[in-house]
Ligand binder design. Sequence first.
Ligand code: MN
Length: 401
Amino acid sequence: MTRLTVPPGSLFGPANLPYGVYSAAGAPPRIGTRYGDHVIDLGLLLGESGPDAVFAEPVLNPFMAQGHDRWIAVRRRIGAAVTGDVPEEAVHPADEVRMLMPFDVADYVDFYASEHHASNLGRLFRPDNPSPLMPNWKHLPVGYHGRAASVVVSGTDITRPCGQRKGPADPAPVFGPSARLDIEAEVGFVVGTGNPMGEPVDVADAGNRIFGAVLFNDWSARDIQAWEYVPLGPNLGKSFASTVSPWVVPLLALDAARVDTPPQEPAVLPYLALDRPWGLDIAVEIEWNGQVVSRPPYAAMYWSPAQMLAHLTVNGAPTRTGDLFASGTISGPARDQRGAFIELTWGGQEPVTVAGEPRAFLRDGDEVVLTATAPGADGTRIGFGEARGRVLPAGKDHRCT
Ligand code: MN
């Protein structure tokens, strides 16, 4: 047995206790939590019998499916266990394990919940419209269905996608590697207990069904997207890859991060109405080749996660354990709070300086890292780890010519 200590200022203290899946020395995947600088095996810490058999699984889905009461009870047990005698074989230095995809993604939907982002893109793409927001925007959380199979864990390389595009000056569409590869800094929410078909999630109950949150990079090929999206929305310009951070921060750990959303005016329809719709005070940072270029504030998001889940199911659509819905690009009011490069550089017209060079979109070899922190219990801060991805050149195997 051993006793664990947490370095002062650690973002993975007892107020966090996130869930992830790791592999040590190439061994099969195991479920763990992060405590200070260590990954702690939950099966070895808590046992694997009875309902705890879920900790012998290679993904979090069976545990998430056990529901909110069980999440509360297990979190208490982990909190008590990590501060006591811990079996030595359960403890791994965090930098000696490989983090894997923490859950099987059932379905994936991406929203568009930032008023600042939606307004900026409206001004960029529809400069002649009297209002930058579309008429529906303040009445429902706009979203589209993405591709669950291409959600990958932090550290997975991103191959530049090829596709069809047609610039304003091109007489006909051309095919080739995207020339406007971009990111979208978002927070993703993992559904723990879904709803049966025909039984929508009540907006007041949605918070009990969301298991936790991850960082989410919705890699976007703007040139492919611009040509394909009319009239049905994003498709191949997004579906080639999305990156999640490996630690799922429990919603229970984010109680202290709850804040009111900005005022919602006009009033929303009853199925979206809460006395006090809650957002989360998550401070995100975007690093481009090691340099912080933006700090998007999640607290500025107009639509709350509970409203997104209520809207997602109000037509009777079922959700399942492992469903992932992402917030959409997080942008604040200031320029250096914009969560996508197309917006940060105003369509490429106002480049940012990265390592002394003016830059607008991603080059091969570029690396983007999202990180985030939030207030935790007892005045501490908790961390999300990182969502990291490096751009590889479009390959021959992608039939790019
Ligand atoms: Mn997005």
